[in-house]
Ligand binder design. Structure first.
Ligand code: F6P
Length: 321
């Protein structure tokens, strides 16, 4: 293989730049040129590429976001668009592709693999919703951000004896909400995986107030059936001791300089991805298992997965006493 391409896709995740850097430099060390595709699969379809050498990826390791840009691109589900992309890649003498992204991005990668184009994925999303990998790039940084924000809310919540309903990112997965809840020590976790209703939370608010706690924090995943907004409104209409406020952390959780853990994870996974591609592999996502990079068949990686277990939910509840 003489030339490969790399793209970042879906929601950006802190550590994507470290991953791009590792792809470029490990490929260069093997004498392979790298094209950077701008704006994910949309840029791939439009032929937006630029050569990346060792110097082009200098100074980006510690930067959040992605220097290549990213985009949501639903049109990539169309097989006509996929075939045109394969044709374009072949015409440009690109022999392999590294896709840095989460679940939706790896579904796009799988489509190209099925059309016979060599593709390797790098597991990268703050949602940690890829199967077969313990963790994905960006999770650690996002968790640190969410936890720090909740710590701050606790300060003001305790001072005013208030309840704060905090919306944490995660469209289909409650992982970020649950883990930041445990790390910050909150009273209630509401996730899509274990539905609850507003009255059950309100009863818990009341019991917590009666136990003499100074505050009540509920971490609500973005994708929970009981939304943070609806829960806050219910508690404002039916007050149970604590006055309620709503805070949506939103995209704050996607930005920022990656933690050391995310930089290392991104570097190790991306070097392994280039090795896999140059070793003739395709249709695999490189994730992390048992303390090292692991190749997961793409079909497996994109299956629905649940890292929010009843045991973790129970642990969060016990620690919230
Ligand atoms: O990248 C994952 C994620 O941050 C989800 O947690 C969230 O639901 C979604 O992306 C938000 O997407 P967008 O930035 O397109 O609004």
């Amino acid at each position: 293989m003489k030339r490969l391409a790399v793209l970042t896709s879906g929601g950006d995740a802190p550590g994507m730049n470290a991953a791009i850097r590792a792809v470029v430099r490990s490929a260069a060390a093997r004498g392979v040129a790298v094209e950077g595709v701008m704006n994910g699969f949309a840029g791939l379809a439009a032929g937006e590429c630029q050569p990346l050498d060792d110097r082009a990826v200098g100074g980006i390791l510690q930067r959040g976001g992605t220097i290549l840009g990213t985009r949501r691109f639903p049109s990539f589900c169309d097989v006509v668009v996929q075939e045109a992309v394969v044709e374009r890649l072949r015409t440009a003498n690109i022999e392999g592709l590294v896709v840095i992204g989460g679940n939706g991005s790896q579904q796009g990668a799988l489509a190209l693999h099925r059309l016979g184009f060599p593709v390797i994925g790098v597991a990268s999303t703050i949602d940690n919703d890829l199967a077969g990998t313990e963790v994905t790039i960006g999770v650690d940084t996002a968790l640190n951000t969410a936890t720090t924000c909740i710590d701050r809310l606790k300060d003001t919540a305790s001072s005013h004896h208030r309840a704060f309903i905090v919306e944490v990112m995660g469209r289909n997965s409650g992982y970020l909400a649950l883990m930041s809840a445990v790390a910050a020590g909150v009273e209630m976790v509401v996730v899509p995986e274990f539905p609850t209703d507003a009255e059950a939370v309100a009863a818990d608010v009341e019991a917590t107030y009666a136990r003499g706690k100074a505050h009540y924090i509920a971490a609500v995943a973005e994708g929970a059936q009981l939304s943070a907004r609806a829960l806050a409104a219910y508690l404002q209409e039916h007050p149970r001791g604590f006055e309620a406020r709503l805070t949506v952390l939103g995209h704050l959780q996607r930005g920022g300089s990656p933690t050391v853990r995310d930089r290392l994870l991104a570097s190790l996974l991306s070097v392994a991805a280039v090795e896999a591609l140059l070793g003739g592999h395709s249709g695999e996502v490189i994730g992390w298992r048992h303390g090292e990079p692991a190749a997961i068949p793409m079909e497996v990686a994109v299956e629905p997965c649940c890292k929010v277990t009843p045991e973790l939910m129970e642990l969060a509840a016990v620690l919230a006493r």
